[in-house]
Design a protein around this ligand. Structure first.
Ligand code: SF4
Ligand code: SF4
Length: 300
């Protein structure tokens, strides 16, 4: 049976597409955005998260780890991910819930059982399921089976995508997708590479293909002060999309709520120094799109 790694299933979401939704977060992403607020989504393997603030240094985890992946030296917990076999024993023995593993395997049937639980809310609100991540579109065999099952059962599907996936993946599933929530981060390919690790050619090509095929597209623009909130960039986006089939736009000012997750992964926070644009600038950007008759919302 085909399975994939999911790192979160969030219920009652109201910012990930129309109505009330269940958002399924896939693990693994082809981009590494400097401002990513879900760093546990980037790696396609399971990872140990450790919350230092909850830890009482009782040493239970180190004592029970059979492969000595955890040790305590000078009052500090050390963890060696290369030794860890992800057996979860340290999680079970930690009475402070200071440890967890990001990423759990699900089959389509197991995911559908979770998704189905909130069917009444989807029906009342015009909601459904949103596939997010990470990047669901790079796990296309699993996603194709999942979206076809949702369609069969009358559950609407949104896909929240960075666009960095083979074009044939989008073409394969677009008939089952009610709306694509499509990110545009930067238009200059070199700057896009600097900030995300990849240039944006495939992303822009896929956006055009989806538009040409008549997909319902909600454009999502993360906004960072001094990175992509300037008039030049916004004018270029407006020019780019004027011949595209875009149903609505969401402006997503940067926030730093992911900072704690980097600490739990023992990774440096790469977004130090980033900030959201001033509220007045965000309002100007909103007005610029509205002038072109787009329906625009600030936030998800
Ligand atoms: S068992 Fe939990 S509280 Fe105790 S040292 Fe390990 S992580 Fe910290
Ligand atoms: S998950 Fe298992 S192998 Fe990994 S640190 Fe915990 S007890 Fe050790």
């Amino acid at each position: 049976m085909r399975k994939t790694l999911i790192f979160n299933i969030q219920k009652f979401c109201i910012h990930d597409g129309p109505g009330i939704r269940t958002t399924v977060f896939f693990k693994g992403c082809p981009l590494k955005c400097s401002w990513c607020h879900n760093p546990e989504s980037q790696n396609s393997r399971q990872e140990m998260l450790y919350d230092k603030d909850k830890c009482s240094l009782c040493g239970q985890c180190a004592r029970h780890c059979q492969v000595k992946a955890i040790s305590i030296t000078n009052g500090k917990i050390l963890f060696d991910p290369h030794k860890c076999r992800l057996c979860k024993v340290c999680i079970d023995v930690c009475s402070n819930n200071a440890r967890e593993i990001a990423g759990e395997e699900y089959s389509v049937a197991e995911l559908m059982r979770e998704i189905e639980k909130d069917r009444p809310f989807y029906e009342q609100s015009g909601g459904g399921v949103t596939l997010s991540g990470g990047e669901a579109m790079v796990q296309i065999d699993f996603v194709a089976e999942l979206v076809a099952t949702c369609r069969e059962r009358g559950i609407a599907v949104a896909i929240d995508t960075c666009g960095q996936a083979p074009t044939e993946n989008f073409l394969r599933i677009m008939e089952y997708v009610d709306i694509f929530l499509y990110d545009i981060k930067l238009l200059d390919p070199a700057r896009h590479r600097d900030y995300t690790g990849q240039d944006n050619r495939l992303i822009l090509d896929n956006l055009k293909v989806l538009s040409d095929q008549g997909a319902n597209i909600n454009l999502r623009l993360p906004l960072l002060a001094g990175v992509n909130d300037g008039p030049d960039h916004i004018c270029r986006v407006i020019r780019l999309i004027q011949n595209f089939n875009i149903s609505s736009i969401n402006l997503l000012p940067y926030h730093d709520i992911g900072q704690g997750k980097y600490r739990k992964l023992a990774r440096d926070y790469p977004a130090e120094g980033f900030d959201k644009p001033p509220a007045a600038r965000v309002a100007e950007i909103k007005a610029a799109f509205e002038q072109e008759n787009y329906q625009v919302k600030i936030g998800g």
